[in-house]
Design a protein around this ligand. Structure first.
Ligand code: NAD
Ligand code: UDP
Length: 316
């Protein structure tokens, strides 16, 4: 297939490009570098089946040649207000990438008669009352909260994707991605994995927001990309959760980092962000992915962190 990947210079987008190329496909990457990095794609420079277009997906998209699939990953993704790359500090760009960007990329899929895959998120469940979250849960999102620029843009994106499927018969997929980590995350995007690894490597205290009792379930990037690739090749139009159901508290996660690095740095307790919509608990129910895609993660947290550490060491 010839596949357009938006957000190609980002963490997930660059791994996705690698995977698609390994599978023998041709890839057109697109990015405007608002949170991504050219370094993430540097190794593909000169690759015969890879090309790149620097472009903001909020504007009309033109791709020369045919396309068989469009995978829309372009969007800021970190909620942290302390980082310049956090979507709270890029609110209009985030809404435009999720809303106009999804409209434009769906338009491309329609024009080229290509299948379409939307990178959605566990954030569409908001601060959930249902645990673990399965795809039938409608979510609990504050439409005017700090995180709403991301959450509502993604909810709109899902609705628009299904509208193109139902009305224009576009062959669509929706993946709801849960917290994922691995090499090529921005060290300074403020998400908990890069924050803790960076702090631990620098011998600085690990910053815990609130009491650290809030939970997350972390998936290693290779597992996630495999699940997304299987979804692309499937016939599943309904949203599919892809993530690792192993749930731990942020406090436990800080301990895992400290033990792994054999570098016992202290913890520093910072103000709680639950008032700004920081979800209390998050864990994917992956029954649908297991049943429809035959997929489940195989890389445990410690193994995944070990695979991630060299990148952080090199880039600090
Ligand atoms: P990232 O910030 O590393 O990558 C996003 C990429 O999109 C960046 O390269 C950025 O420059 C690009 N981009 C943003 N707006 C753009 C625009 N208007 N035009 C062109 N390019 C634009 O983040 P990521 O973690 O790789 O996330 C990728 C996608 O996966 C996002 O859509 C995000 O919502 C989704 N997602 C990620 C996670 C996760 O844990 N990493 C979880 C849920 C959903
Ligand atoms: N968090 C933290 N310290 C940090 C960064 C994040 O305690 O330095 C917490 C954050 O409040 C949230 C969880 O870790 O409860 C995961 O945050 P992240 O920014 O990775 O993404 P989220 O899962 O909230 O989208």
């Amino acid at each position: 297939m010839r596949i357009l990947v938006t957000g190609a210079a980002g963490f997930l987008g660059s791994h996705l490009c690698d995977h698609l190329l390994e599978k023998g496909h041709e890839v057109v990457g697109m990015d405007n570098f608002i949170t991504g990095r050219a370094e993430n794609l540097a190794h593909l420079s000169g690759h015969q089946r890879f090309s790149f277009i620097r472009h903001d997906v909020s504007n009309f998209i033109f791709v020369p040649g045919d396309l068989d699939a469009v995978m829309h990953f372009a969007s800021p993704a970190s909620p942290n207000p302390h980082s310049p790359y956090g979507y709270v500090n890029l609110p209009i760009q985030t809404m435009k990438a999720g809303a106009l960007g999804t409209h434009n990329t769906l338009g491309v899929a329609k024009a080229y008669n290509a299948r379409f895959l939307l990178a959605s998120t566990s954030e569409i469940y908001g601060d959930p009352e249902v645990h673990p979250q399965d795809e039938n849960y409608w979510g609990r999102v504050d439409p005017v909260g700090e995180r709403s620029v991301y959450d509502e843009a993604k909810r709109f994106a899902e609705a628009l994707t299904l509208a193109y499927h139902r009305f224009h018969d576009i062959d669509t997929r929706i993946v709801r991605i849960f917290n994922t980590y691995g090499p090529r995350m921005r060290l300074d995007d403020g998400r908990v994995v890069p924050n803790f690894i960076k702090q631990a490597l620098q011998g600085k205290p690990l910053t815990i927001y609130g009491d650290g009792a809030q939970t997350r379930s972390f998936c290693y990037v290779d597992d996630l990309i495999e699940g997304i690739y299987r979804l692309l090749l499937s016939d599943e139009h309904r949203p599919v959760n892809i993530g690792n159901p192993h749930e731990i508290s942020i406090l436990e996660f800080a301990e895992v980092i400290n033990i792994l690095l054999e570098n016992l740095v202290p913890l520093t307790m910072l103000p709680d962000r639950r008032g700004e919509g920081d979800p209390e608990r998050r864990r994917p129910d992956i029954s649908r992915a297991k049943e429809v895609l035959g997929w489940e993660p195989v890389i445990g947290l410690e193994e995944g962190l070990r695979k991630t550490l060299p990148y952080f060491r090199e880039n600090l």
